[in-house]
Write a protein that binds this ligand. Sequence first.
Ligand code: KG4
Ligand code: ZN
Length: 395
Amino acid sequence: MKILSIETSCDETAAAIVDYVPSQAETGAGQATVLANTVSSQASLHAKWGGVVPDLASREHIRNIVPVIEETLDRAGLTPADIDLIAVTQGPGLMPALVIGVTAAKTLAFIWDKPLIGIQHLEGHIYANFLNSRNDQTPPPKADQPGAGITKPTFPLLALVVSGGHTELVLMKDHFQYEILGETQDDAAGEAFDKVAKMLGLDYPGGPLVANRADNFRLKIEDCKVSSPSEKSKISNLKSAMTFPRPMLDADNFDFSFSGLKTSVLYYLKKHEGEKSDEKFIDATCHEFQEAVVDVLVGKTKKALAFYSPATFVIAGGVSANVRLRMELRNLIDSEFPDTQFLTPEFTYSLDNAAMIGIAGAIRYEHMNEADRTALRESYRTLEPNANMPFQNLV
Ligand code: KG4
Ligand code: ZN
């Protein structure tokens, strides 16, 4: 089946077409090929405001939604008659942004007479791991099979969801059976990255910029050859002067908190006002901040892996693109949980995109009973965006 999917929960206008071949018995998940994946990012527009401005996002989605969908159909070489299902992000997200994607999807479902399914955004991030996901041992798709899907997560599955708005450890005993083990009590991990970037005068979205600077700084520490003796001593002084807290790392639960860490960075910067424009000082701050976030995420994940012994562990959401986080989680799994399969989404599918919404829609549709599938033919009348939408267990 071919699924046209639409995602407009924040500042990306995205559409995709996923071709899904239903289940192999042993995994309960079929084979997926992404025929087209279009993402129009508004990041540069929001950069000058230092964050996403909901009304501006809405206006840009209105401008972009039709061209993005047309381009996606063109790239896949398909017409509306080829589409079997439309999937759209229903929430959570910014209401003025969600409403554009949902309205476009409802309109197309009505005029093309297609079933329409609403997908929870974080479910999409988790299911991005069912799309071309592979563990390090699996060779990448062959050149003559672009995007050929390898979909082998098994249950129980533990997901570390880390995005701009959410930080959660989620246990899935089966497809679409969610239990939230713990979540952030204040800021999300991505939000903390973005706020620290802003304090340091870096652009929005700050996560990837902080990560780049942190990684370069780490390379300089690890590979002493790249620095002169005076540079080396400056780097090591900067490094030893800074220690940010690892909030809730030792708490006896699976919850997170990043607001105290952010405040520590703020106070540290206030105390060192004179150094704030020094590039190496900025690099060192990014490094120590990233180490603190990664230590907390890895520490909490370790607790959950030890307690629940899942068959598969996946990471999901924008912060899952963080190379240091991936590296430390890989080390943890290899050294302490070798029986757990560790899957990461392709980098393309870590950040917001519509292919992840398409694959979640396809597998959800596959697991629905006939009556619920038939009801999707009427969704164009009733589907509403939900800015605070929780995970939806499938009954
Ligand atoms: O999932 P996502 O694309 O959007 C939301 O659903 O929120 O996540 C965006 C978040 C932003 O906060 C961004 O700064 C962060 O993910 N991010 C990163 C990296 N790439 C994106 N954070 C740390 N390291 C990265 N490499
Ligand atoms: Zn997201």
